[in-house]
Design a protein. Structure first.
Ligand code: PMP
Length: 768
């Protein structure tokens, strides 16, 4: 609307008989003006476009009237009728139809400009809202039953605006919270108490006088919605710019509950409602920005809203909810620390007894949130080890793809399926063209088992060459080819058809850093085995190794190693299998697959763990020749392998890795992490080697850099103390002294810095 201050002066005179000075005020959809009479009396003139329905304007008027009969009667603007006696005046200006209202001016400072925000001010906000909602209880207007985008109950609609957010991490975080809204709030929403609410107690609408909230303006967002949403919206904006926003919100809750009691189930949703409101706000800002809006009101909350969303992401909802509950004197949901005796006893009774539990004080994790994990005691942990949740725990795109497909169809490969074709095409497009045929399974173990079966079938040989300390899975055959297991506790030793080559460890092995020929020298140990086999008139079926060694100690392979090994193995007619279960899908940053770092092309690759972001999916991808030979008359059928839900999940994982540029992110974040850890090496003699690429990193801890004696009790203590500081780490390597770091790829620079800083502090505490 092209309305000038002069036009407004005229309107004030013509309709309200006031001669005034005019100043523009903020407005989202409407235009607002401050009018000051010669005598210094102030008013607010509102000009609403025709797009705002007349019934809505009528409703705003009625709500204000309802409140004028309450204890808050002086805290809301009143309508001043025009010369014709009407408070709502339809008008036409410059050919446009508008509606004009004149309201009294409320004195006070806006919340956003209030510098001294005391606890009692926050409580007073709650008190004010509680009284307002009480005064409005029983009020109803049919126009309030509208589908309004700013109504938290409609937060799911914001999903369609996520694509306007250009920053990958922000888009993912907003998507995550909207997924939580759908999961935690949506199913119970319609059961909640509903009412006509103000719906916009934001920091530009709340007026403060002294240490009290003295007014609330702008009923433009009034809507019939869940009652708790009114409080949730007020909390959201009051939490902006705060260091401890949950504590502030708890004060507001307390003030509200004192005058208008809340229900437990309402309070238990508050955290998610606040996050949902922020998601509406940030998606709207992103949308307006793409549409080139120049209305600064559209972006007022954008930066602090993002900051608060990230603060919430790092706040365990159990902790937040408990604070809100305690503010209402509802029962505590965080229970005393019994070290989970009941669960542990039941687990001992009903679950296999050689499943291990991490940490001295076990964790009961109840929710996964991208790179964070929440336990049932309100703690937040940064997951620094779970490479399975590659794209982040509960990545919204992946979860939704799985949810959708499981609601449509889950069958098996005996029916034709577009999804299976789409996925195998997408996956093989990521691989060298030679690797073109997929066999889907449910786990890395099963896929390795199958790969060996195919290699044996093809070569008509049985012998397998593996690397010392390797782990390839838990099936009978996979255990047989995992020295980590068969040489370890409870293991039954090496089978005669399994052969161990020296682990190409440049830190501890016979050929070390600085030896330019180390790769070839280690490869020669594979040649030794091949020649031994030959001397017994045998040939290898397969050589299998990881393309960076995981359980073996987070070890990148020496230069030229696989090139030489594959050359040797092939010259003896063996099949080269790359186990990419730990390292594939962009983790290593420089390349998408680990084998690409070595510039080789395996005959078969085995993919697992990250492939389904936690969904049980794995695959063997092989050459056409191998696949043809395996097609020997015996059906390959795998009940779950290749099912449509797994395929939809796998596709979504590839989508997010690409759309959110995760490989590049892994490269950049990994470099910063490795630099930080290398800096620690100069301060702490216990760290004797830092190695890795992308977000696949290891740090070796020793008691003495010369003897390289592994620092085993020390590393265990470091891991425990890091856990107490909120970082979940783990150890690996044949000597159990390598700190392993392989977080979900959404692990960010701030997480990396925090990890290095806390590790530094822990090593200082322990004088290491
Ligand atoms: N290969 C490697 C290199 C692994 O690390 C693992 C699991 N740790 C497996 C195979 C087995 O995968 P899964 O546990 O999915 O059977």
């Amino acid at each position: 609307m092209d309305i000038t201050l002069f036009d407004v002066e005229q309107i004030a005179k013509d309709i309200f008989n006031l001669s005034v000075e005019v100043k523009p005020l903020n407005g989202y959809d409407e235009m607002n003006f401050l009018l000051t009479t010669d005598a210094g009396k102030k008013y607010v003139l509102k000009i609403a476009p025709e797009t705002i329905h007349p019934l809505l304007i009528q409703m705003q008027y009625e709500m204000t009237k309802q409140l004028s009969g309450s204890s808050l009667k002086n805290n809301f603007q009143e309508y001043i009728p025009g010369k014709n006696g009407e408070a709502i005046v339809p008008f036409e200006i410059k050919g446009e139809k508008v509606v004009i209202r004149l309201l009294t001016f409320l004195e006070g400072d806006f919340w956003v400009n209030t510098t001294q925000k005391t606890d009692s001010l926050f409580e007073s906000m709650g008190n004010f809202l509680g009284k307002m909602d009480k005064a409005l209880s029983g009020y109803y207007h049919p126009a309030a039953e509208r589908h309004y985008l700013w109504d938290i109950s409609n937060a799911s609609d914001a999903e369609r605006n996520l694509h306007f957010i250009k920053d990958d991490e922000k888009r993912r975080v907003a998507g995550y919270f909207l997924l939580q809204f759908n999961t935690e709030v949506q199913p119970v929403l319609s059961d909640l108490r509903h009412a006509c609410i103000h719906g916009d107690a934001n920091d530009y609408n709340i007026l403060v006088k002294g240490s009290k909230v003295a007014g609330l303006i702008d009923f433009g967002d009034a809507v019939y919605s869940a009652l708790i949403n009114n409080l949730a919206i007020a909390c959201t904006y009051a939490m902006l710019h705060q260091d401890d926003p949950i504590a502030n919100a708890a004060l507001i809750v307390k003030g509200y509950h004192e005058v208008n009691p809340l229900e437990e189930r309402e309070i238990d949703l508050l955290y998610y409602l606040i996050a949902a409101r922020l998601c509406i706000s940030v998606t709207q800002s992103a949308r307006q920005s793409v549409m080139n809006s120049d209305n600064e009101h559209h972006f007022l909350s954008e930066l602090p809203a993002w900051k608060l969303l990230f603060q919430l992401l790092q706040t365990n909802p159990v902790k937040a909810t408990n604070s809100f509950r305690l503010a209402c004197r509802f029962p505590n949901i965080i229970h005393s620390d019994d070290n989970y005796k009941n669960i542990r006893d039941a687990r001992y009774e009903h679950i296999g007894r050689n499943l291990s539990i991490s940490y001295k004080q076990p964790l009961k994790i109840i929710k996964g949130t991208l790179q964070y994990l929440y336990d049932d005691k309100g703690n937040t942990y940064i997951d620094c080890v779970n490479n399975v949740s590659h794209a982040g725990h509960c990545h919204p795109t992946v979860v939704k793809a799985t949810q959708r497909q499981i609601a449509i169809l889950n069958t098996n490969t005996r029916y034709l399926s577009d999804l299976m074709i789409d996925y195998s095409k997408r996956l093989t497009a990521k691989l060298p063209s030679e690797l073109s045929v997929c066999y889907f399974t449910n786990s890395g173990s099963e896929a390795n088992d199958l790969a060996i079966r195919i290699a044996r079938h093809f070569t008509k040989q049985k012998d397998i060459i593996v690397l010392d300390h390797a782990y390839h899975g838990t099936s009978t055959l996979a255990i047989e080819m995992s020295p980590y297991k068969f040489d370890g506790r409870g293991g039954s030793g090496r089978q005669p058809y399994i052969h161990k080559a020296i682990s190409p460890d440049l830190y501890r092995g016979p050929f070390q850093y600085g030896d330019k020929d180390a790769g070839k020298k280690y490869a020669d140990d594979v040649l030794r085995i091949l020649q031994e086999l030959k001397s017994e008139n045998k040939k290898p079926a397969a050589f299998i190794c990881e393309t960076l060694l995981g359980v073996g100690g987070q070890i990148p392979l020496p230069e030229d190693y696989l090139e030489k090994v594959y050359e040797y193995v092939r010259s003896f007619d063996g099949i080269c299998i790359a186990d990419e279960v730990q390292v594939g899908f962009g983790r290593v940053g420089k390349t998408f697959w680990g084998f690409e770092l070595q510039e080789v092309i395996p005959d078969m690759v085995v993919l697992g763990k990250p492939i389904g972001n936690g969904h049980p999916l794995a695959v063997v991808v092989m050459t056409e020749k191998l696949a043809n030979t395996f097609n020997n008359g015996m059906e390959y059928f795998n009940t779950f392998g290749g099912n449509p839900v797994s395929m939809a999940t796998g596709l979504a994982v590839l989508d997010v890795i690409e759309n959110e540029r995760m490989q590049q992110h892994a490269l950049e974040t990994g470099e910063k992490l490795i630099d930080g850890l290398k800096r620690l090496m100069t301060k702490h003699s216990i760290i004797s080697d830092v190695r890795g690429t992308g977000l696949f990193v290891g740090a070796e801890l020793v008691k003495d850099r010369t003897t390289k004696e592994p620092a085993v009790p020390e590393i265990d203590e470091v891991v425990e103390r890091m856990k107490d500081r909120g970082y979940l780490l783990s150890t690996d390597g044949p000597l159990h002294n390598v700190l392993k770091i392989k977080p979900p790829l959404v692990f960010n620079e701030e997480n990396a810095k925090g990890l290095v800083r806390n590790l530094d502090e822990v090593l200082n505490e322990l004088n290491y």
